[in-house]
Design a protein around this ligand. Structure first.
Ligand code: FES
Length: 183
């Protein structure tokens, strides 16, 4: 399953009645009052409120599962930005998902230090074990496989991020052990 998706932008009129009413429905793109207070707190930390855009996008991803075009529109309203500006940010960073990712995200660094330390072999091993290419999700929804730029752990190359943790000094045997632990 490719991570890419159609760019058919949903219009505001496509939102559910609950969303248009701002109700707290899990299917709507609306933050809770507590989350909105957190958005305001983050924005106040920066001389330019746009400094809080990345953490707020992470909040949106955790809340809604991924960053849909509708979520981009919603976050844009919180920052008084254009949806196009937010879209550019979302598509620039690899760890914002534009469709629902697998239950686990495996992101292999393929930048210089990791490349020299064997990242191509790590990527090839994962491709063979998972049966998918980078940017794809296994058919059972278990793993989304990505290749990403430097994750600032070059001293432990080759490395990857699995969900919220770093796995370092990778070898094929260690990869297999890690994959067995992903339910
Ligand atoms: S190059 Fe891979 S962590 Fe820096």
């Amino acid at each position: 399953m490719s991570q890419s998706q159609s760019d058919g932008a949903p219009s505001t009129s496509n939102r559910t009645p609950a969303a248009r009413a701002g109700l707290s429905d899990p299917n709507t793109i609306v933050f809770s009052e507590a989350q909105l207070a957190e958005v305001r707190r983050l924005q106040a930390l920066y001389p330019d409120t746009r400094g809080a855009l990345l953490p707020v996008l992470h909040m949106a991803q955790e809340t809604f599962g991924y960053i849909s075009l509708e979520a981009e529109e919603y976050v844009a309203t919180l920052f008084d930005l254009s949806p196009a500006h937010v879209h550019e940010v979302v598509t620039f960073y690899t760890l914002y998902f534009r469709e629902r990712p697998g239950r686990h995200v495996v992101a292999v660094c393929h930048n210089l230090s990791c490349h020299l330390a064997g990242a191509p072999g790590i990527v090839a091993h994962l491709r063979q074990r998972l049966g998918i290419d980078p940017g794809e999700t296994t058919d059972d929804g278990r793993v989304t496989f990505l290749t990403v730029e430097c994750l600032c752990a070059c001293e432990a190359a080759p490395m990857m991020q699995v969900d919220d943790r770093y796995e370092m000094n990778l070898t094929p045997a260690k990869l297999d052990q890690i994959l067995r632990g992903l339910a």
